[in-house]
Structures are given as C-alpha cells and as structure tokens.
Design a protein around this ligand. Structure first.
Ligand SMILES: C[S@@+](CC[C@H](N)C(=O)[O-])C[C@H]1O[C@@H](n2cnc3c(N)ncnc32)[C@H](O)[C@@H]1O
Length: 387
C-alpha cells in the first residue's frame, strides 16, 4: 500500500514519460488500462524506499557467511546502544553471491509531533535537542532556510535536532553534518555508520547487478569510464580478487578523491584513478599518448568497459520530487552517445561493454542501446546475467 504520493514531476515531464511508456510496442502486449497501471505503479515505487537494504560484501576479503555473522553481531551491538527496534534478519540474496539483504521495516505507525521541520527549511526557533517531526516538500518549492512553508509536504518520521537553526542557515555555505537525527522514521533500517567499513558496502541492488553483468575476471584490464564515487569500480576490483587493473576515470576533479577513499576503505589496490574526460579517453596519436599509464589510451586497450553514464537520474529511490524541466531531462542523450563512441573504440575485440544508467527514460536506455547496435556493427547484444 503506498503511503506517499507518487513522485512529483513537472506536468510536461509526466506526460512525456507517459507517452514513451505507453508506446505502441508495449500496447501490443498489454492493454491500455494495464499499461497505465504499470506506469502509475512505477511513479509510486519511485517515491517509496525499496523493501530491503542491500549490502554488498567484500568477498575478496572474507566469505559471505563470515561477513553475515559479523554484520549481525555489529548491528546488534549498535542497536543495543541506540535502543532502536529493528529486526536483525540478514539473509543472502538468492541469486547474487556477494549481496546481503536486510528487510526495511515500514511503513511504521508513527504519529507526527507538534514541532514540524521541512527538509531544507526549519522553523525560526529550532534548537539542538528539540524533538521534531520531519516532512519532505513534495513539490520541491521550499526555499532554503524558509521560516515557514505552506506547500504540499509528506511526513517521513520523528527525530531530534542536532543543530540550532542558526548553525544551519547563518552562512551562505552549505552546512555539513546531521541537522536532525531520525529516531522514529516511517521506514526504519539499521544505521551502517562505521559498521565493518572494509567488509560491508551499502549499494543499491541494480548497481550491484551491473558489476556482475560486466563479469570481470582476475588478471584483466578493465575501464570504468564514469566512476565517481567508485561504488562500481570497487565492486569490479573485488570481483577480480584485486588481481589485474581497474582504470577509473571521472571528469570532475573533486569527486576523484571519493574513488580513492572507497578503494582504500575496501582494501583494494588494483584501482588506478584519473581525472579525465572520457569522451577524449581514446587516441591513436602516439604523441598524445602519455608515457605514464594514464589516459588517453590507444584503441582496443581494455578487456571490459563499464559506461555508467551521466543521466537524468529518475530511477533513484526514494525520491519524492524532481523539479527538472523536460529540457533538462532530455539533455543527456548526445553526451551519452559520445561516451559510447569512446567506449567502443577502447574495447578489445571480443571484449564486453556494459552501458548502464540510473534513470527510467527510454531515450537514455533502450533507444541508446538500439542506436549503438545500429551505429557499431561490431557490437552484438547478449542476454544479461543475472537478469
Ligand atoms: C552515474 S555517475 C557514476 C556513478 C559511479 N559509476 C558509481 O557507481 O559509483 C556518473 C559520473 O559521470 C561523471 N562524468 C560526467 N561526464 C563525464 C565525462 N565526460 N567523462 C568522465 N566522467 C564523466 C560524473 O562526474 C559522475 O560522477
């Protein structure tokens, strides 16, 4: 049963998505009413959290069962300290060998308190230690630091303020830290802060599936073209038992350190990180090819290439609202195509290319794959495993 309204999008964005989802091809398989229901369900799922918390475990360091037992002990310790009521079921994913699942408890019967805060805005007098009810602004209209808010909002749970209002909004800089510690959320799952940092990595299930579909093997040379913050890069290195070379590129300099930090935390040494525009990552010009091991690379340099492309991000959950215009949502296709060009050039003959996004538009997914197959006759589409 949905407890939150479906994701709030601009009207033209919803209509655009509806038109592409209810496409002719789909309507030959299901009737219009059924297709509408699928679409509404998709919009509703996007605003709700997944049913399980997904933890990817470092199988290059210990077995799944060993990590499961240790995780159970650690989380139980943390729970006893916090007195939160969370069930401690942890079970292996039935098909994916390095995933543990923890059921999310919710929706729980939590009653809102009198003192309300809306994410992004806090009432005039909020002080550290206040018990507050937290709301999410579902139209994305709340302005930063507003002292009141009359738009549409959704209750997400109760918590305790850890900062005064003035500490959050007195500067123009973005404040870091926890403003409200949730003590009684509508959807509860354990806190993983500092829990087995080298062994347990929170990563959503579709992202873990990407690593397995790429299927890297020990000793190979693998390229992750859009790597920051490095969740998938580290998974690739772990699947290779840290043997071989994983080259991680990202265009944004200040995101590069996150890849290094994650690699260090997960005790992975086969990862080489470079700040580089992957559109330009291939070159046949020997003068341009640096003497070092970094980019650009000659064509056919990699056994496997992951292109986890920048995208409109509409598939990330839970997300109550996206205020992007239709133009913004539709702006990624040209860049993704340039990146696919580089990816294909950098791949060895017989190699594997995985193209992934975290969005739901056909233009950035199915249409891109169809375009790539038509543009590069050397590519063939193979079934995805696991599905
Ligand atoms: C979807 S995120 C990648 C998430 C990452 N693969 C993970 O699993 O942790 C896309 C990334 O692409 C990067 N990016 C965007 N354009 C790029 C380009 N031309 N070359 C390299 N990286 C780029 C962005 O900075 C962003 O970090």
């Amino acid at each position: 049963m949905p407890v939150f309204p479906r994701i709030s999008l601009r009207h033209d964005v919803t209509e655009y998505l509806r038109t592409v989802f209810l496409n002719k091809e789909l309507l030959t398989v299901v009737n219009h009413h059924e297709a509408e229901q699928h679409f509404e369900r998709l919009l509703s799922c996007l605003s709700h959290p997944p049913s399980h918390t997904c933890v990817r475990v470092s199988t290059h360091l210990a077995s799944l069962e060993e990590i499961r037992q240790r995780l159970k002990q650690e989380l139980t310790k943390h729970l006893c300290a916090s007195s939160a009521e969370v069930s401690m079921e942890i079970f292996p994913h039935p098909n994916i060998p390095d995933v543990l699942l923890l059921p999310v408890d919710g929706p729980r019967p939590v009653q809102p308190l009198q003192f309300e805060v809306v994410v992004g805005a806090h009432p005039k007098f909020m002080k550290a230690g206040d018990n507050v009810s937290v709301f999410s602004d579902i139209d994305g209209k709340c302005t930063r630091g507003a002292t009141s808010f009359h738009g549409q909002k959704v209750f997400v749970g109760n918590g305790v303020a850890e900062m005064d209002r003035s500490a959050i909004f007195s500067t123009n800089e973005l404040t870091k830290g926890i403003a409200v510690r949730m003590t009684d959320p509508l959807y509860q799952s354990p806190c993983f802060d500092g829990v087995l940092p080298s062994l347990a990595f929170l990563q959503n299930l579709p992202s873990v599936v990407v690593g397995h579909v790429l299927g890297p093997c020990s000793g190979e040379r693998v390229l992750d073209m859009c790597a920051a913050p490095g969740g998938k890069t580290c998974h690739i290195a772990s699947l290779m038992k840290d043997q071989g070379e994983v080259v991680a590129l990202d265009k944004i300099r200040n995101k590069i350190d996150r890849i290094r930090q994650n690699a260090h935390m997960l005790r992975l040494e086969s990862i080489k990180v470079f700040c580089f525009d992957s559109v330009k990552a291939v070159s046949s010009d020997t003068e341009k090819l640096s003497e070092t091991e970094g980019p650009p690379f000659p064509p056919e340099s990699f056994d496997r290439v992951l292109l986890d492309a920048p995208c409109s991000g509409l598939g990330q959950r839970p997300n109550m609202a996206c205020t992007w215009s239709l133009k913004e949502i539709c702006s990624y296709q040209p860049l993704q195509r340039k990146l696919i060009h580089s990816a294909v050039s950098l791949l060895k003959k017989g190699g594997v290319l995985v193209y992934s996004t975290c969005t739901v538009t056909l233009a950035e997914n199915e249409e891109q794959v169809a375009w790539a197959l038509k543009t590069f006759p050397c590519l063939t589409l193979v079934p995805q495993q696991p599905t």
